[in-house]
Design a protein around this ligand. Sequence first.
Ligand code: GRF
Length: 192
Amino acid sequence: MVKLTGLKKIKTAVFISGTGSNLKNLIKFSKIKNSPLSIDLIFSNTSKAKGLRFSSQFKIKECVSSFKNPKVAEAKILNILKKENIKFICLAGFMKVLSKDFIKKFSGRIINIHPSLLPKYKGLNTHMKAIKNRDKMAGCTVHFVTAKLDSGKIILRKEVKISKRDTPTSLAKKVLKEEHKLYPKAILKIFS
Ligand code: GRF
């Protein structure tokens, strides 16, 4: 478990690949007094990620590196993480799988938000799977990242009711709203 030492906020990087609504939410959370984290770096594997606009909006350093060659990309990230003295990583809609070696270097210090009630529906298309299986509940999970995809220790989960009229899109919207509440709560839980 990571403990907050002194009054300084823990320097954190957020990894994204897309819209970045969770990123924006984490940035806002980081600015409140009792947030244990400050967001000091945004990493994206694509320059097309809409969420990158938040780096200029909130004056946060950004780094982009495609994962065409994952080894090269990870070396570049590790370099900047070291340079910026980043101690914690939040994955937020990051669509690439980090290597064992990378995760080992940040062991216990990388967390992720996943749009399902883990351990159910690891990987992609979680909402479609929940609807197809006629589940009554969907939801989201914040968990520690380990080398095994979406399988690290669960920090917090939140259930969301699936209605008969839900489509994967409408369900994703409902779950995302809960993700925005769950991610900060999970961070507070880790550092309390
Ligand atoms: C979220 O549903 C997250 O759980 C999943 O990808 C989506 C990212 O949304 N991994 P955003 O980019 O944070 O808006």
